[in-house]
Design a protein around this ligand. Structure first.
Ligand SMILES: [Zn+2]
Ligand SMILES: [Zn+2]
Length: 271
C-alpha cells in the first residue's frame, strides 16, 4: 500500500471517529467533554481499581482474599511460578466496559482510543506520586510488543500507541522498538497459569542494538490487560537477565521492571 493511500485511510477514519465524539466503550454518540471519552452509563459501569488491591500486582482482591496478596502472587516463589516483575499498577478491573474499550481499540480500527488510554494510565500513576516523581521514577517506558503479522493486519501497534501517549504525559522516554515478539503464540484464553507460562516462554527478544540501554535501567512495561502475569513475568525475566556482548564482556540486565496495565483480571483461583 502506498503512503498516500494509508494516509487517506487514516483521514477517513478520523471522519468516521472524530476523537471524543463516540463513547470509547459502547460507541454511542456523546460529546467531547466526557472524561476519558466514556458516556455517562459506561463511566458509571467502569470498574475503576479503587478498592482493595494486591500489593504486588495491583489486581483487585476479592472478599475471599483476606491478605495483602492475590492468589497468583502468594503462590509466586513456590513451585515453578515466580514473579520476575517488581510491582504492578492497574487502572481498572477487567469487566464489560473495559472489554469493550480494548476490543474497539484493537479490532475496531479506533486507534484514537490509544491516546485516551495513555491519559488513564497517567492518571493511575499520578494517584501514587507527583508528576515530578513519576518523571524520575523510570528510565524508559516499554510497550509489550505485538507479533509483526498481527500488527500488519491491524494497521497499528496498539500497545505502542498507549505507551507513547502515557510516556509523553509522564515525561519519560518510550522505547517502542526495544523488544521484538519473535514467535506467534496461541491465544492465552482458556489456558491455565502453567500452560500460559509455557506458551509465552521464549516469545520475546531484546533488539541487539538496544541491549546497552537495559543495563541497570528502571523499566515500566505497558500493556492493555493483566491476567495471570505470565507475559509480564516472561519479559521482566528477560530484561533483568545479564548478557554477554560480542567481545565476551558481561553486562547486567535491568535493575527494576514494573508494569502498568489498563485493566487487570480478578484473582483466578481461590483455594
Ligand atoms: Zn458508553
Ligand atoms: Zn497479585
Amino acid at each position: 500500500m502506498t503512503n498516500w493511500i494509508r494516509k487517506a485511510g487514516a483521514a477517513a477514519l478520523d471522519l468516521i471517529y472524530p476523537p471524543g465524539l463516540y463513547c470509547i466503550s459502547c460507541g454511542k454518540i456523546t460529546d467531547a467533554s466526557r472524561t476519558y471519552g466514556l458516556c455517562n452509563d459506561c463511566m458509571a459501569a467502569a470498574g475503576w481499581n479503587t478498592g482493595r488491591r494486591c500489593e504486588k500486582c495491583d489486581r483487585p482482591l476479592s472478599d475471599n482474599d483476606l491478605g495483602p496478596l492475590c492468589f497468583s502472587c502468594r503462590e509466586s516463589g513456590t513451585g515453578n511460578r515466580t514473579r520476575a516483575f517488581n510491582k504492578g499498577y492497574a487502572c481498572a478491573h477487567y469487566g464489560s466496559v473495559e472489554r469493550a474499550v480494548i476490543f474497539a481499540f484493537k479490532y475496531g480500527s479506533r486507534s484514537d482510543i490509544g491516546d485516551i488510554l495513555g491519559e488513564i494510565l497517567y492518571d493511575r500513576m499520578i494517584s501514587e506520586c507527583s508528576p515530578d516523581e513519576l518523571a524520575g521514577m523510570y528510565d524508559m517506558v516499554v510497550p509489550v510488543p505485538v507479533y509483526a503479522e498481527k500488527r500488519k493486519k491491524r494497521g497499528y501497534n496498539h500497545a505502542a500507541i498507549m505507551a507513547e501517549s502515557f510516556a509523553k504525559r509522564a515525561g519519560v522516554r518510550c522505547e517502542s522498538e526495544l523488544l521484538i515478539r519473535s514467535k506467534s503464540t496461541k491465544p492465552m484464553k482458556g489456558l491455565g497459569p502453567e500452560e500460559r507460562k509455557a506458551n509465552i516462554a521464549g516469545a520475546f527478544i531484546v533488539r541487539e542494538r538496544k541491549m546497552e540501554k537495559i543495563s541497570g535501567a528502571r523499566i515500566l512495561l505497558v500493556d492493555d490487560i493483566f491476567t495471570t502475569g505470565a507475559t509480564i513475568d516472561e519479559i521482566a525475566g528477560l530484561l533483568k537477565s545479564s548478557w554477554i556482548d560480542p567481545e565476551g564482556r558481561k553486562h547486567k540486565g535491568a535493575s527494576c521492571v514494573d508494569f502498568l496495565a489498563y485493566a487487570a483480571a480478578g484473582d483466578m483461583v481461590v483455594s
